[in-house]
Every structure is written in structure tokens, then in C-alpha cells.
Design a protein around this ligand. Sequence first.
Ligand SMILES: C[S@@+](CC[C@H](N)C(=O)[O-])C[C@H]1O[C@@H](n2cnc3c(N)ncnc32)[C@H](O)[C@@H]1O
Length: 229
Amino acid sequence: MPAWGEVIRGRAQRWGPRMSPRWLDGLQSILDTAQTAAWLAHEGLVPDPMLEDRVAVFEAMARTAESSPGRTVYLEFGVYRGDSLRWWSSRLTSADTRLFGFDTFSGVDAPWTWQTHMADFDVAGHVPQIDDARVEFVEGLFADSLPGFELPDRDRLIVVVDSDIYSSATTVLTWLAPRIRSGDLIYFDEFKFFHDERRAFAEFRDATGRRCSVLAAAEGLRSVAFVAT
Ligand SMILES: C[S@@+](CC[C@H](N)C(=O)[O-])C[C@H]1O[C@@H](n2cnc3c(N)ncnc32)[C@H](O)[C@@H]1O
């Protein structure tokens, strides 16, 4: 019987120098997805159904939010050019809904993967044009803007975390912990990366004892939505 650990280590040493960072990033992404899937299963959070894309996950969240009456506050952490915020602004039609988009709009000085540096999200301070008076932008690093942010009265929160890296997700979830209530919805746009949003979420659950059920997922666990229970 070959010692598989030795075989794989030997091959990695031989072939590693010839592999491009992009190829290795792809391999890492597959391993991350496997680890995240195993973690979800271990926590009893197996996503069912798996939907085709994040818009389908957003739609499942919107329908869940609409299934009970009351005022919705939507918080998006990581806006960039506004694609997801624009979708939510047109989907949540109630006049008393408020939507907040948090971002520096100048990128963040942090590495993420080999292919993405968070500074690449620099849009020179321009907030997206969204023709909806209910939308407000909160500019700055989350760590600077959240302490002064007054969360409006609401019956439910929809929280979209799309800020990619662990430190940003941790800042958001630490702020959210004492404010979250049963029935609130939390979505992660890069959940499959084991050491980033997934890790921040695991630590949030451990620290708060907050239980969540999984609502839906898509795109190989990239997009995952939870309901606070
Ligand atoms: C992937 S983009 C958001 C994409 C957007 N939600 C969409 O779907 O079009 C990530 C954004 O998160 C922002 N971001 C990440 N960490 C942040 C932090 N700690 N404070 C403020 N903004 C942050 C970056 O500036 C970047 O614009």
C-alpha cells in the first residue's frame, strides 16, 4: 500500500513550482468548498434546496421576509457598484422599507486571494446611482461607521454580507450580535471560503449561542442564506 500522504507531498513538491497561482487558487477554492460543506453538515445546516444562483437565494429571502407583516430594514455590507443593492431596492417595494449600503467606496487595504486584492474595489468615492429615496449610503470602514449607526425600528432585518474577508465579516457580526432577533435573515456572498465569512459566522454562533437555520444556497456554497431562530 502506498503511503498516500507521502505520494501527494512528493507530487506537490515536484509540480508545485510549475503551477500558476491562479490554478492553485482554483484548487484551494475546491478544498474550501469541501471543508465548508463538511462543516455545514456537522452543524446540521445542510442547504436544501440548492438553487441556481444568488438571485434565486435573494428571491427565497424576500419571499420569507414577505411571509410575515411588518417593516423591513435591509443592511448591505459591501456595495461596490451597487448590483445587489439595486436588485433589493427594486424587489422590496414597501414604502416603509429602509435600505442601507455600507462601504468605503475606495476599496480596503487588505489582501484576499491571489486574484483579488480588496483595494481593487476602489470606485473613487462614487456611490452607485440608485433611483430610490429609501436607499442611504454609509461611507467608511465598517469599524468606523457602525459604532455611530442608529438602526431604525423594524420588524425584521435582512443583512447581506458581501465584504469577502474575515475581518470585515467579523466586524459586522460583532455589531449585529446584540441586535439580531428571531426571524432576521443573514446572507453571505462568499460563504464557501472556509477561513473568511464562514469562519466569522462560526465564531458569531459560538460567541452568541445564536441558532440559525439554513434557508437556501447556490453557486457551490458561495451564496448561503440563514434565518435566525
Ligand atoms: C464584492 S464587493 C461588493 C459587491 C456588491 N455587493 C455587488 O454584489 O455588486 C466587496 C465590497 O466590500 C467593501 N468592503 C470590504 N470590507 C470592508 C470594510 N471593512 N469596510 C467597508 N467596506 C468594505 C469593499 O470596499 C468592496 O466594495
